[in-house]
Design a binder for this molecule. Structure first.
Ligand SMILES: *Cc1c(COP(=O)(O)O)cnc(C)c1O
Length: 415
């Protein structure tokens, strides 16, 4: 059937509405590998420009690390390009099992199963592990992929106010009659860099006989003394029943995800999780490079230590310069601007100064909470951090927001 005029005008109206609301997302073309310094073409067709990247999830600077790239080349040579199969038919190579074992060892869990992405790990987990007599009790601000994954499960859905342990306890009391219960949270919340209080969550889980699932995509590889993640940072190694995480951020940043935790849950996911059964296996080249990543971060904590130092330095300097940043210890550093237009203008001016960072505003964050989310990397050198602070100071001065509190910025620019 022809693409009817009715359909065409419906879709183009939708696109016009997105543009009119100022929500249309323009992609910038990067013409170099992912690292601290990148070459960007923006707007499309403009001459490319070298800028410092402050918005990648490349926390450990491993995305283009020479040893990781070399391991990928070797994996390509030894294990080929594609598997043309899902895992259970003919898509499991020796290296897939090797990576799963290495992840279990690193995360200190019983077993691990790989998925094409963490989004798909979340799409599989709750449907497989919980049924209609069970309950999912999630933090209200969990990642979109968890929200979607929970929708696929028949289990009853409850949520608690963000990080609010009293409210979580109320929900645990409300659901006492359910067969199985799972508390579900992000380890670190991506918009604010908030860290979930996993020790209290595990204590409540013990008290009420519930399980705990943590999506640790924004912590695996660098949070905690050995970079194992939020469970190490919070001192609850071995107490999390299921960790979902990604290979697409700190761990080389290519693609792939996993569920790591209790061996029965992991095995049941191998048997039944639909994204595992019906989507292609993670390509060997990614697996080979990921094995190298786990080796590198198991052998030395230098990169996570440097990331920690960089983060501390940047947070201090930004605070001294009078920028309003959300306090914390995570390399996600939200620079609060409150007003959407202001966030966009500041991001544009930073780009002129050679700093690549993007404005986040409604609906990605709540109304009146617009910000620029800076992400620090172990790939950043002191001079990069200083350059970013200088750019923020210059642009912040231009908009007259240095040293200003939330109310004062809102008085100037509105919400
Ligand atoms: C990035 C992210 C994901 C998605 O990971 P992919 O492997 O890219 O699908 C899932 N959950 C959280 C919390 C994330 O930050």
């Amino acid at each position: 059937m022809a693409y009817a005029e009715k359909a065409r005008s419906h879709y183009s109206n939708e696109l016009t509405l997105i543009k009119e609301a100022g929500l249309f997302k323009e992609e910038r073309y990067i013409k170099s590998p992912q690292m601290a310094k990148i070459k960007v073409e923006f707007p499309a067709g403009a001459p490319s420009k070298e800028v410092l990247n402050f918005c990648a999830n490349n926390y450990l600077g491993l995305s283009s690390h020479p040893e990781v790239v070399e391991a990928a080349h070797k994996g390509l040579d030894s294990h080929g390009y594609g598997m043309s199969s899902v895992r259970f038919i003919c898509g499991t190579q020796d290296i897939h099992r090797e990576l799963e074992a290495k992840l279990s060892e690193f995360l200190e869990t019983e077993d691990t199963v790989l998925f094409p992405s963490c989004m798909e790990a979340n799409a599989g987990l709750f449907e497989v592990s919980l049924d209609k007599d069970d309950a999912m009790i999630s933090d209200r601000l969990v990642h979109a992929s968890i929200v979607d994954g929970m929708r696929l499960s028949k289990a009853q859905l409850y949520n608690y106010k963000h990080l609010n342990m009293d409210h979580l306890e109320e929900k645990l009391q409300e659901t006492q009659s359910c067969r199985l219960r799972m508390i579900i949270t992000d380890g670190v919340f991506s918009m604010d860099g908030d860290i979930a209080p996993l020790e209290k969550i595990c204590d409540l889980a013990d008290k009420y006989d519930a399980m705990v699932t943590v999506d640790d995509s924004h912590s695996t590889g660098f949070l905690g003394k050995h970079g194992k993640g939020t469970h190490e940072h919070c001192g609850v190694l071995g107490r999390i029943d299921a960790i979902t995480t990604t290979l697409g951020k700190a761990l080389g940043g290519a693609a792939g995800g996993c569920i790591s935790g209790r061996k029965e849950i992991v095995e049941l996911c191998r048997q039944r999780a639909r994204p595992y059964l019906f989507s292609n296996t993670v390509p060997p080249v990614v697996i080979a490079a990921s094995i190298k990543v786990i080796e590198l971060i198991s052998k030395s904590t230098d990169r996570r230590n440097k990331l920690e130092e960089n983060t501390k330095y940047f947070r201090e300097k930004m605070t001294q310069a009078g920028l309003d940043i959300r306090p914390g210890v995570h390399p996600i550093v939200p620079v609060m601007l409150y007003n959407a237009k202001l966030a966009q203008n500041v991001a544009r001016d930073l780009y002129e100064e050679g700093i690549y960072a993007v404005g986040f505003f409604f609906p990605v964050v709540p109304q009146g909470q617009a910000r620029i989310r800076i992400q620090i990397s172990a790939d950043h050198e002191r001079e990069h951090l200083d350059k970013a602070v200088a750019a923020f100071t210059k642009v912040g001065g231009k908009y007259n927001i240095l040293g200003k509190k939330k109310d004062e910025v809102i008085a100037l620019y509105g919400m």
